[in-house]
Ligand binder design. Structure first.
Ligand code: HEM
Length: 443
């Protein structure tokens, strides 16, 4: 009986040990002569340039919502120590700040896809290493890889689905997935980089990069076999040079960026953004013919709600109800500002006319209000239905309760009878179809 068990477990062990001889676990299964430490390190370098920018602009998006003001400005409540960024005062200048940072986030985020695929291709043989881990440290490193690889695909696909308006992601709270996913990914990445950074530097130092990039396909030699598992033991003839492979990956990234950046640049450039749904609603020439994320019909706003009976409720030390005509009778100012959407698209500057928010604060008896709440008539239970802003946003002379745009009354889709427009502020923090503004003492 005992003997039988021994021979069984011996059999299993033997079978397990045979795995390296099978399929992709065999080192000679991977035959590309391009693979090796230099090539993998070069791919890592590209990622290490782009990922930090995407990470930092993602955090900037988080701060731009002023999450510490509460309400639906904070889309990830209970974030514990991850809330260390809350409390930073989001500035109102330069006016294109959010347009730039969110545009970079989305455009470079999309460009990550070919870079990640290129890097995965370069290191494929080491993913099929057997045994999977030969020490505790090695096991931890492999586990961190799960977070890194799974994490980056998770971030890319949640981001892509969101900007493509896949309604399913709106239902499962994109922000929570993308925000917490971000920290899981970055945690794994930091661990991975700590372990692998010296390896990357060695990989790059081992060869002269400019010489490597100057080699044609026929001059492409495999890296020396003893330089590690990535190098094939049975290399095939090269079908492309290393510089060709890098150009293919970089070209893929640049093409995707080219197809996305038009939506951030706005105007006629948006025609280039053929993969972006919002760029497809091509603007006409009228004063209100620029993009919206949500129409009045979608938000449940009827002409009656926005008709002559509409009143703005202004709450502070005193409460007032103002008609549109009364608002138009107040001093009017013009601000030239873009709508810069969370999804990375932007409209270019529009000339908004209306009442300064700081004049409304004075009228409500709270000239030094620390915080303000805007409420919309919008019926959908969306983040855009209410928005908090802080002192600096109220006080900025360009911050308006806009009544007109580009010389005409606001259209229903752009927020008639009144909407807010505040410099450098994410599109959906600018409330459309406002019905109440409440100024408060403390931020
Ligand atoms: C390495 C990959 C990425 C990382 C680490 C990352 C990280 C982040 C972070 C931390 C936020 C702030 C989330 C919040 O506060 O709720 C964010 C927002 C956002 N990300 Fe990413 N992201 C990545 C890739 C992408 C990609 C590929 C896209 C789209 C193609 C994308 C689209 C967005 C959008 C649209 C927002 C704004 C959401 C909003 O404000 O409602 N991200 N990202």
């Amino acid at each position: 009986m005992k003997d039988n068990r021994n021979s069984d477990s011996g059999g299993i062990k033997e079978e397990i040990n045979k795995i390296p001889e099978k399929g992709p676990f065999r080192r000679d299964y991977w035959r590309s002569p391009l693979r090796g430490p230099w090539f993998a390190s070069f791919m890592s370098l590209l990622l290490l340039i782009v990922i930090p920018i995407v990470f930092i602009t993602g955090l900037i998006d988080h701060v731009a919502w002023n999450p510490d003001l509460g309400g639906n400005n904070n889309r990830t409540p209970d974030m514990g120590i991850l809330g260390f960024l809350t409390g930073i005062e989001w500035p109102t200048r330069p006016i294109w700040l959010y347009r730039l940072t969110e545009g970079m986030h989305v455009v470079l985020g999309i460009a990550l896809l070919p870079l990640v695929l290129g890097k995965l291709w370069a290191i494929m043989p080491s993913l099929y290493k057997w045994p999977l881990a030969d020490s505790l440290a090695h096991a931890l490193e492999r586990i961190s890889l799960l977070f890194v690889i799974g994490g980056i695909f998770f971030q890319i696909f949640t981001g892509l689905f969101y900007i493509q308006n896949f309604i399913i992601l709106h239902n499962v709270k994109f922000n929570q997935l993308h925000f917490y996913g971000n920290w899981i990914f970055i945690g794994g990445l930091v661990l991975h980089v700590l372990v692998k950074f010296p390896v990357m530097i060695d990989g790059l130092k081992n060869r002269d990069t400019s010489e490597e990039l100057s080699k044609s396909r026929d001059e492409t030699e495999p890296e020396p076999e003893e330089e590690g598992r990535l190098v094939s033991t049975d290399p095939a003839e090269p079908t492309i040079s290393r510089r060709g492979a890098i150009a293919m990956v970089g070209g893929g990234a640049l093409t995707l960026m080219g197809l996305a950046v038009g939506q951030t640049l706005g105007k006629k450039w948006s025609r280039m953004a053929i993969l972006s749904p919002r760029a497809q609603t091509l603007p006409g020439n009228g004063p209100n013919d620029f993009r919206v994320n949500k129409t009045a019909e979608y938000a449940g706003i009827t002409p009656e709600m926005a008709g002559p009976d509409w009143r703005l409720e202004l709450v502070g030390r005193t409460t007032r109800r103002l008609s549109r005509d009364e608002l138009l009778a107040m001093p009017q100012y013009t601000s030239s500002l873009p709508i810069a959407c969370l999804e990375g698209w932007s409209t270019g500057n529009q000339n908004w006319e209306g009442v300064r928010l700081r004049d409304l604060a004075k009228l409500a008896g709270m000239p030094d209000a620390g915080k303000v709440l805007f409420e919309s008539m919008e019926e959908k239970d969306s983040a855009a239905r209410e928005s908090y802003m802080r002192h600096n946003q109220i006080q900025d002379p360009l911050s308006l309760l806009a009544l007109r745009v580009n010389g005409a009354d606001l259209s229903m889709d752009h927020g008639f009878p009144a909407r807010t427009i505040v410099p450098a502020t994410p599109g959906n923090r600018n409330t459309k179809w406002v019905y109440r503004i409440t100024f408060m003492e403390e931020a």
